[in-house]
Design a protein. Structure first.
Length: 143
């Protein structure tokens, strides 16, 4: 079974509603994508990664969130997630503590942050996702 995030080329499971670049037009969606009611459907993985990274960078710019704990608390609220475990897993994968200040302008850190969130949302990185698509997403997000 293909995970929802993979089916939608939406590695972070971003909710639908915003006019993200790279959204898949409804008439070009496959039948499984057309059933989606909650999450955005992108035309390719790099567009999904670009939106994920842009959203994460906006957390710093708009809300002054500068730790993994703060970022994940907003990304994955406790009413829907085990946010404590999510924060710990992402911080561990990024090589920081949950409350350590991080640099959202650092491409390498954002690569690891997006990859950790994707792994948590999808359950696995391989075989679904590729570093090259994440790097293209970073490029699309202006890194």
């Amino acid at each position: 079974m293909i995970p929802r995030s993979v089916r939608n080329f939406n590695p972070g499971n971003i909710n639908s509603g915003e006019p993200w670049q790279g959204l898949q037009p409804r008439d070009r969606m496959n039948p499984d994508q057309r059933t989606e009611t909650r999450f955005a459907v992108f035309s390719s993985p790099e567009w999904g990664f670009g939106a994920l990274i842009t959203l994460l960078r906006n957390y710093k710019r708009l809300y002054s969130l500068n730790t993994v704990a703060q970022i994940i608390a907003r990304w994955a609220p406790p009413n829907e997630n085990d946010t404590v475990a999510y924060k710990a897993a992402v911080a561990r994968e990024c090589g920081v503590t949950p409350d350590q200040v991080v640099d959202a302008n650092d491409r390498s850190f954002m690569f690891h942050l997006a990859k950790a969130i994707t792994r948590h949302e999808t359950g696995l990185w391989e075989p679904w996702w590729h570093d090259s698509d994440l790097n293209k997403g970073l490029d699309l997000a202006g890194y």
